[in-house]
Design a protein around this ligand. Structure first.
Ligand SMILES: [Zn+2]
Length: 83
């Protein structure tokens, strides 16, 4: 299903910029987010976000994607450790 995705303009912990899907309760307000576009997967949205912020990662709540190399962790958790 295609969703609207946004990235938080303000870096959080570890200087990460978190990607959110439309409707997420943690989505920042209009002034605090940058619209990324519509994507079919959270991973695609995160890749787009990294064109703006190299440290972008997915919100654990709305972007629970996995890395193929590391199936035991969600992308967001794994990236925290990589940052
Ligand atoms: Zn979210």
């Amino acid at each position: 299903m295609e969703l609207y995705y946004y990235v938080d303009k303000h870096a959080g912990y570890n200087d990460n910029h978190v990607v959110h899907a439309k409707g997420c309760p943690f989505l920042p307000g209009v002034d605090g987010r940058r619209f990324l576009g519509t994507f079919y997967t959270a991973n695609a949205a995160i890749q787009q976000a990294r064109k703006f912020y190299a440290t972008a990662l997915g919100c654990e709540h709305c972007c629970p994607v996995t890395i193929k190399k590391n199936l035991n962790h969600t992308n967001s958790v794994a990236l925290k450790h990589m940052a």
